[in-house]
Write a protein that binds this ligand. Structure first.
Ligand SMILES: [Zn+2]
Length: 386
């Protein structure tokens, strides 16, 4: 997150604080300090402000406890917690992967609100046995209500809130499809966002002041709910399509027994794309090497009918991608091998086409922006393949 810096570790989890958090800390300190000073005038200004700071720090400890609740359950499922951050809107724990089953996802999501609810109940028990009103009981009672609000607000059933994740897990359980869960909970999150914005604006109709905080929360929900649904859609595209689905329709592949004349006429001249190099295959479509179009210039054109592609073929040590590999895995392989193109082979080792990273990314971009026009085809770059 922008403007965040690390302040240490909590149970081995890197702990970050966003600069926006200090603004909230200052505001909360002044606000609570003021309230305490007004209720207990005998405290004096300095002590009241100090107690305000203590309350504010306890408030954020409550947020941290909530995030640790999510984190501990995630860790018990073997999920790595990458970080816990405090920022303007509260806290955020980020994990390296999602839960594997809907019930595991449910428990990770519900753990935070359960911790907040537990703190609320614990504090209420202590307060019920305390007889007199003092600054300490005032702070504890404030803390109790904050934890209750933390639990209830986070249980609003729209992504990205915990309630949204609970809803996602339930829809996932019912439909068996985690993406349906995300999309549904994302939509509900968007509805909640609009609802909050509407509620925040209502006072204007009644001649009052709009509730900025409610509007801000609505906007936050709207932004993040849309993003959650979007990334689920992309993930689904990546895992539902295979490498074979996205090979270039006009892949640069040539049979080794063709003459250079046939190669030039059938593959190079009039090709919509200027391939610099073609993959060469044998009669079984197995990869034997590559031919560079430039190398054909070394042979006199009059000899092209007598020379075969095989004679100019150079060996090529390229990994191939299995045709049934998911788009996600194929892109990860490209990344690992630092390649922008790799041949795709079926289960018999026959080359079915060339997988281009750019084509795959283009498909993803279209998924994200359905109305967007296709970009001109990128320049072929099968040059560093050797
Ligand atoms: Zn939470």
């Amino acid at each position: 997150m922008n403007g965040s810096f690390r302040v240490g570790s909590l149970f081995g989890i890197p702990f970050y604080v966003n600069t926006s958090w200090f603004i909230v800390l200052a505001l909360v300190t002044l606000n609570y300090g003021g309230q305490l000073g007004a209720t207990f005038p005998e405290l004096g200004g300095t002590a009241a402000t100090l107690l305000g700071l203590v309350s504010a720090l306890l408030l954020f400890s409550s947020v941290l406890a909530h995030e640790l609740g999510h984190s501990f359950v995630a860790m018990s499922q073997g999920i790595e917690v990458k970080s816990i951050s405090l920022f303007l809107f509260g806290g955020l724990a980020s994990f390296d992967r999602e839960s594997k089953t809907p019930s595991q996802a449910f428990w990770v999501a519900i753990a935070g609100p359960l911790v907040s609810l537990g703190i609320f109940l614990g504090l209420r028990l202590i307060l019920n046995s305390a007889s007199t009103l003092s600054p300490v009981t005032a702070i504890l009672s404030l803390l109790a209500s904050i934890n209750l609000v933390l639990a209830l607000f986070n249980l609003i059933p729209g992504l990205p809130l915990d309630g949204g994740n609970v809803l996602k897990a339930i829809v996932w359980k019912i439909t068996g499809d985690p993406y349906k869960g995300v999309v549904f909970a994302g939509r509900v999150g968007q509805v909640m966002g609009w609802l909050a914005i509407g509620l925040g604006l209502i006072p204007i109709l009644l001649g009052g002041v709009p509730q900025l905080w409610t509007i801000l929360i609505g906007w936050f929900l709207l932004q993040n709910a849309g993003r959650a649904a979007q990334s689920a859609k992309i993930e689904r595209t990546l895992s539902n399509r295979t490498a074979a689905d996205v090979v270039s329709p006009n892949s640069p592949i040539v049979r080794q027994d063709l003459t250079l004349r046939e190669f030039a006429n059938q593959h190079v001249i009039g090709n919509s794309r200027e391939w610099k190099r073609f993959l060469v295959v044998d009669g079984d479509k197995k990869l034997v090497g590559a031919i560079a179009v430039d190398d054909t210039r070394a042979v006199a054109t009059s000899d092209w009918v007598k020379t075969t592609v095989a004679e100019l073929t150079k060996p090529l040590s390229l990994e191939t991608i299995a045709a049934n590999t998911s788009l996600l895995e194929a892109l990860q392989t490209m990344e690992r091998l630092a390649q922008s193109e790799l041949p795709v082979a079926d289960e018999n080792g026959a080359i079915v086409g060339l997988f281009e990273k750019n084509t795959a990314l283009e498909i993803l971009r279209e998924e994200r922006e359905p109305d967007r026009k296709r970009e001109p085809e990128p320049e072929p770059t099968l040059t560093k393949a050797e």
